[in-house]
Design a protein. Structure first.
Length: 132
């Protein structure tokens, strides 16, 4: 949260209660959350609002690099870096973020603002459970 507060302060951005709450919800979750999951948890934290409330907060957080959207799940996670590879277990739903190597060789002639890749499969515990 400190990084978000500092970023907003340094860049003249408003850190609203909803933005702060949405970020806190995602930082506290090990698994990706849909906008509706986020909104429900924000409401439990005392935020009022309808779905656009969560979407506006998420839009801000994505724009400024604090949240990533996982396209294939239509869900969100707190960002752990700029370019990411998401490794997604299709059984338990856990998502791991890894530094993406997609940009290697590209950055000599092209400067991506973001880049993601998504890999679906089974984590080792789920794979082993399936084999038994």
């Amino acid at each position: 949260m400190h990084r978000l507060v500092k970023y907003c302060s340094d860049n003249g951005e408003r850190l609203t209660q909803n933005r702060k709450a949405a970020f806190a919800v995602l930082k506290g979750s090990r698994k990706p959350l849909t906008a509706y999951n986020i909104l429900t948890r924000m409401q439990a934290m005392g935020c009022n609002g309808q779905p656009p409330t969560a979407y506006r907060a998420l839009e801000f957080l994505i724009l400024h690099g604090f949240v990533h959207r996982i396209e294939s799940l239509n869900a969100y996670v707190a960002a752990e870096g700029k370019g990411r590879q998401f490794v997604i277990c299709d059984k338990c739903g856990t998502v791991w973020q890894r530094q993406s190597h997609v940009s290697h060789g590209i950055e000599d002639t092209f400067y991506p603002s973001t880049y993601y890749s998504e890999v679906h499969g089974l984590c080792q515990p789920c794979y082993m459970e399936n084999r038994a």
